[in-house]
Ligand binder design. Structure first.
Ligand SMILES: Cc1cc2nc3c(=O)[nH]c(=O)nc-3n(C[C@H](O)[C@H](O)[C@H](O)COP(=O)(O)OP(=O)(O)OC[C@H]3O[C@@H](n4cnc5c(N)ncnc54)[C@H](O)[C@@H]3O)c2cc1C
Length: 425
């Protein structure tokens, strides 16, 4: 069920799910499909989370539309799920079986009459950085977050709401869907249990001084690479060098960029090796002759993912280098990147020049620096520690770095725990 307006100031439901990524969507669907009433609350303008920004997922290399569209269809047709976007959780009080949760709904400035026809976007003269593409492209101030956005409804960046040109945007809408006076709304939720699925963010690569991100144009991160390869990304899916738009003849993947490093993220994010190997397949699909270098401490491809590792090893121009990259420098003139690494088996220091480099940065839980307003324990890295009781459970990457399959499994388990807690009401 989409957002239906007006939204009442008091909503009763069995379960609150916070975070509308793959984990949150899964938990909400699993609970709702057995008849529990669920509020699925997302702070951005759309469901989908980080998976929506991927080009393809390993191991099958299908586009994110595969999994996300199926979930969105299950949400659309289920009257037990109420989706609230642009929503922020405030105070949570009470105990398992009887929680009161204060929620702030930020204005979208576009109401449910929007058909996503796009006339407003054409009329809009103001632009903003597209955060979905990590600032590598621009959108209009009124925009659809991405092609899979749900609800399928435009949103206005609040920074531009007072811009005089917005009057023209309002006039362009023949459905009277744009309301520049829309206000923040306070809602109280009364729920029996809560699933916390607020996911992760990429480690800030500018903090890794020796790897040149933010300094050299041809050093990107793994999450940016997903957008460069995506058809709806800043380059229309053609992977080119950011500095000059030139085709790629060679590329270097730097594993454990900041990960397993006491100065940055001491833990392994468990998906980065596979993500880089997956991205190598994007390069190979576009550039059959390109040399692909991957610098690693050890390659982690747990369980059946080993098959994927074995498959990419068969590529004769995919060069695996055992060694952690200590330094990245730019070649003056060509803007090529030199990766300097010590081979941990032979001790030999190598220098490899490539057209561009990709830093495989790790996953940081959103709960690392945003302390949730709920009584829950976090470990020293900020991941939620499951306690299995209390009516509040975690799901997905907020528990530990994990892939989509694991996020879905955990979310299904979290739904079960939340259902049990709601049943004790
Ligand atoms: C470079 C890279 C490539 C990857 N590629 C793959 C792959 O190919 N295959 C694979 O299986 N896995 C892959 N992964 C892992 C995958 O991205 C995660 O498993 C997945 O995103 C976890 O989903 P999630 O729902 O837990 O978190 P997220 O996707 O982060 O979703 C969390 C949601 O919660 C929302 N939220 C955050 N805070 C709040 C709040 N306070 N209130 C309300 N809402 C909030 C966010 O806006 C977001 O919508 C990759 C990871 C990386 C780093």
């Amino acid at each position: 069920m989409a957002e239906i307006e007006p939204i009442p100031s008091l909503i009763r439901a069995d379960i609150l799910v916070v975070g509308g990524g793959i984990a949150g969507m899964t938990a909400a669907i699993e609970a709702a499909e057995i008849g529990k009433s669920v509020v699925l609350l997302e702070r951005s303008a759309t469901l989908g989370g980080r998976v929506a920004a991927m080009n393809q997922y390993f191991p099958k290399l299908c586009p994110p539309t595969c999994g996300i569209e199926i979930n969105l269809r299950r949400i659309r047709v289920n009257p037990c799920i109420r989706v609230l976007t642009l929503a922020e959780v405030g105070k949570l009080s009470g105990a398992a079986g009887d929680f009161d949760v204060q929620v702030k709904l930020n204005p979208r400035f576009v109401n449910e009459k929007c058909t996503a026809c796009g006339d407003c976007e054409k009329a809009c003269e103001v632009e903003r950085d597209d955060d979905f593409n990590y600032g590598l492209s621009r959108t209009k101030a009124i925009y659809l977050p991405h092609l899979m956005a749900y609800p399928v409804r435009y949103v206005i960046d609040p920074k531009y709401i007072k811009d005089p040109s917005m009057k023209k945007v309002v006039e362009s809408c023949r459905y009277a869907a744009i309301d520049l006076d829309m206000k923040t709304q306070e809602v109280t939720l009364k729920v029996a249990s809560t699933v916390w699925a607020t996911g992760w963010k990429p480690y800030d690569a500018t903090r890794i001084d020796n790897l040149g991100f933010g300094k050299y144009k041809n050093v990107v991160t793994n999450v940016i690479m997903e957008r460069l390869a995506s058809e709806n990304g800043p380059t229309g899916g053609k992977i080119v060098r950011p500095s000059d738009g030139r085709e790629i003849k060679s590329i270097g993947f730097v594993q454990c960029a900041g990960s397993r490093d006491e100065n940055h993220l001491p833990y392994c994010s468990s998906v980065c090796c596979l993500a880089s190997m997956k991205q190598a397949t994007y390069i190979r699909a576009q550039y059959p002759e390109a040399d692909i270098h991957m610098f690693y401490i050890d390659v982690r491809s747990p369980g059946r993912m080993e098959d994927f590792y074995v498959k990419v090893q068969q590529d004769q121009k995919f060069h695996f280098h055992r060694g952690k990259v200590g330094n990245l420098t730019e070649v003056p003139g060509s803007e090529n990147i030199v990766l300097e690494a010590e081979n941990t088996l032979t001790g030999v220091i190598t220098k490899t020049e490539v057209d561009m480099a990709v830093l495989a940065i790790g996953m940081v839980p959103n709960t690392a620096d945003e302390v949730p307003s709920i009584p829950i324990t976090r470990d020293s890295y900020g991941f939620i520690v499951p306690n299995g009781s209390g009516g509040i459970v975690g799901a997905g990457a907020v528990l530990r770095p994990c892939d989509v399959a694991n996020s879905v499994q955990q979310a299904t388990g979290a739904a079960m725990q939340a259902i049990c807690a709601a049943g004790r009401k």
